[in-house]
Design a protein. Sequence first.
Length: 589
Amino acid sequence: MKVLFITHHFGCLRNFDSAIAALADRGHAVHLAAIQREAQGGEELVRRLAERRDSVTYGWTPSVELHRFRTAQERFRLGLDYLRYLDETYAGAPRLRARAWERAPRGLLWLLRVPGASRQAARRVLAAGLRAVERALPIETGIRSFLDGHAPDIVLFTPLIGLGSPEVEYLSAARRMGLRTLFAVWSWDNLSSKSLLRDMPDAVTVWNDTQKREAIDLHNVPPDRVLVTGAQCFDRWFGRQPTRTRQAFCTDMGLPADRPFVLYVCSALFRGSPSEAAFVRRWINAVRSNPSADLRDMPILVRPHPSRLGEWDGAGVDEIPAVRLWGSNPVTAEARDDYFDSLYWANAVVGLNTSAMIEAAILERPVLTILLPEFQESQEGTLHFRYLLDATHGLLHASHSLEEHVGQLAAVLASRENAVARSRAFVSHFVRPLGLDVSGTSRFVDVVERVACAHAEAADSPPARLAVLTARVLMASSGRWPVTSLLRGPREQDEHARRQAELAENRRQEIRRLVGRRWRKAVSLPSRFIGERRLKAERRRERAARRREKRRRLATARHQRLRAAITARLRRVVGARQPIEPASRGGPS
């Protein structure tokens, strides 16, 4: 069997590496394809998988050109996402609704201002119209060629439903080509805080009954297509043992090994949230100000989140005595060993809203949180966080102030039995609902094989004529100012206006510089003209002086040559006419 696994970037596959390895071990050929590149270790992860198993390959999807229809497709999806968040289900999640509003097309926002347009029935009509027009838009030929080239028996997708996710185009193309498709839920917030599932895959794998209810109620997935497998991404933590002793771990961390320590796990908060580094410093001060000596001197290990490392620069947290800031993204074997050891040897785990809380529960560690107003949008303002607070199967020991939290922390450290029982109950309900001894990875692989071998369903019915006509009009007018403006969201429109203002300011500055240069040239022309005349006169005088000097040197040379010639001639004349001595005139005596 040939399996094609399409993901946003390779870092998303860290939750499926065990399933990919299991598929390869069963003799299936698996090709991993990412749409975008990233720098958090995902490529290294898939490279190791490919090196260890010959049937695993990896690469990138084709670089699809941003043609004039893709922008319209993305805008229609963002409009559908915003209509989804207007439902009463998200009345208590204003940040999620605001995030969708920022991306929603302005034309849709204007339309919703019409009296009665925001009612539930009207929203359903709008959503149906947007879906129909979206289906009528063409598919990029490069995507179709990519799928034809691999000819897979089944195509897997994850995370698929991020806001404006490009994986949707591949799912739509695969559905129209009659390929078997499966959507693998990536994380515990995948179904409740992202975009809508539009093209319906042949199967959706979820962790538990809670996510199954989300898929049915929030995404209208038929119940027979939703398959509970358990959370395969957490299988690696069951039955695992630490790679070093507590003494060795504490020595490596620079923490005292003779006292229990608390692990603080950081979160990927919403953009614009307060700095978690500043909060951690407040939290440490609250713990250290407790009158109990056990808390006042307790060692603390802080793991920063990989996506928010910048806020720790200059925070000074690791300068506090018995506090260590340490940890990296757990995508390599060594990083995962370090991460597991930190959870295993910690006596309690504290955080705001992160999947590390679930991993701590698997290791039966007490998990605590503080519900503060400044982090309300990232905690109780999301649906998935409420599952951790559930009265029946909830995991967290929650408090509403630092003082109350410190008291809870002291109580949990003094007696852990109730906290351990709560963690076990949560894991049985949320992580491995089919049984603590049933691996989510094996169940996931069984589902993939079963879906791949099933008969292909009939292709979707063609879109309505009105939708096709609307799509053609949109394609014909794509790129023109009115249509482009209506498709932009408020945030993109503000960004566009900012860029236009910057361009206009740059043009004004350039004009000012050009006018200034010309003005300075005009003002300096007379003085420059006079200066040039003086310079020319000076140059003429210099040239005349050089000519006079040259003539003087030539005249001197001629004079010297003339004197030498006269002297030489005189010498020759004098030498030719030597005087003759007279003969003696005396006679005989």
